[in-house]
Ligand binder design. Structure first.
Ligand code: C2E
Ligand code: MG
Ligand code: MG
Ligand code: MG
Length: 278
């Protein structure tokens, strides 16, 4: 390779980087006005009780449809909003909208279910997070027992008095807590016990492996028994086929979520009277 060649390569590479950072800056800028421009919405995905195939909860998942940029996936913009701090107002909007929707379902006469809301580690570390939850429950009229907050394992690495107090206060309020994407991070098992979470959600990568290899079976079975040993209920994410469902039911997994039961959809497209019989 000649020096010139290397320079040429480098130039191409840095141009790509520039394009990426321009896109990122655009996203950062557009995120600021996305809420006021009503570009954000929530979709809801059913969580099914695997003992009786009934709906037990809905998970709220944020959707961003930008008029020019199109659909931008949450896995892309949530991390950016966490870096810019935008997640705090975005997360408040999600929590409010999801609680209001769950109350509306109850007011329409549907049997009450839980609403599961993803909460960023950044949100949970805000001084006024618990106060925000209290206000939203008051404003929407939703009883705390129908709200569940999903946090990822990264929260277990945060060892502060503020976090312990907040988790304790949320528990006192009657809000449930679950650990999302379980198995992908570094969970200290002693923390898991100390914080007394209600539920574990097995990451969908392991559930997907059930029909592919033995490791998927071994890992999901181990997580289910771990959860039960610690008196937690366990939800399997990303169930897509009969093989996975049958295996999980055989291992006494409590609940399931995935395209097999239903995709995330706007509230208006859900019929809650449907019994999920498969
Ligand atoms: P998550 O909380 O683990 O949500 C589950 C993700 O798996 C969702 O992706 C859902 O659409 C997808 N999924 C569900 N069932 C299946 C299946 O059977 N197969 C496959 N392949 N995928 C399935 P989505 O909606 O793109 O969200 C991605 C992640 O973005 C979420 O993962 C969550 O970490 C984050 N997120 C979404 N909404 C919010 C929010 O309002 N606040 C925060 N902080 N994070 C959010
Ligand atoms: Mg989740
Ligand atoms: Mg998950
Ligand atoms: Mg996830």
């Amino acid at each position: 390779y000649t020096k010139k060649h290397k320079i040429a390569q480098y130039t191409v590479y840095s141009e790509e980087l520039d394009q990426q950072s321009v896109y990122r800056l655009t996203i950062e800028r557009e995120l600021k006005s996305a809420l006021t421009k009503q570009e954000m919405s929530l979709h809801y995905q059913p969580i099914i009780d695997l003992k009786n195939n009934r709906l037990s909860a809905m998970e709220a998942l944020i959707r961003w449809n930008h008029p020019e940029l199109g659909f931008i996936p949450p896995d892309f913009f949530i991390p950016i909003s966490e870096e810019t701090g935008q997640i705090v107002s975005l997360g408040r909007w999600v929590l409010y909208t999801a609680c209001a929707q769950n109350k509306a379902w109850q007011d329409q006469g549907h049997p009450p279910i839980k609403i599961c809301v993803n909460i960023s580690t950044i949100q949970l570390q805000q001084l006024d997070f618990v106060q925000t939850v209290i206000e939203i429950l008051e404003e929407t009229g939703l009883n705390a027992k129908w709200l569940e907050l999903e946090v990822t394992e990264s929260i277990l690495l945060v060892d502060t008095e503020l976090l312990k107090n907040s988790l304790h206060q949320l528990k006192e309020l009657g809000v449930s807590m679950s650990i999302d994407d379980f198995g992908t991070g570094f969970t200290s098992l002693s923390y898991l016990r100390q914080f007394s979470f209600d539920r574990i959600k097995i990451d969908r990568s392991f559930v997907g492996d059930i029909s592919k290899d033995l490791n998927g079976k071994a890992i999901t079975a181990t997580i289910i028994s771990l959860a039960h040993t610690l008196n937690m209920t366990v939800v399997a994410e990303g169930i897509e086929d009969d093989t996975q469902l049958a295996f999980l039911q055989g291992k006494k997994c409590d609940e399931g979520q995935g395209y097999y039961f239903g995709r995330p959809l706007p509230a208006a497209l859900h019929d809650l009277t449907t019994v999920y019989k498969k």
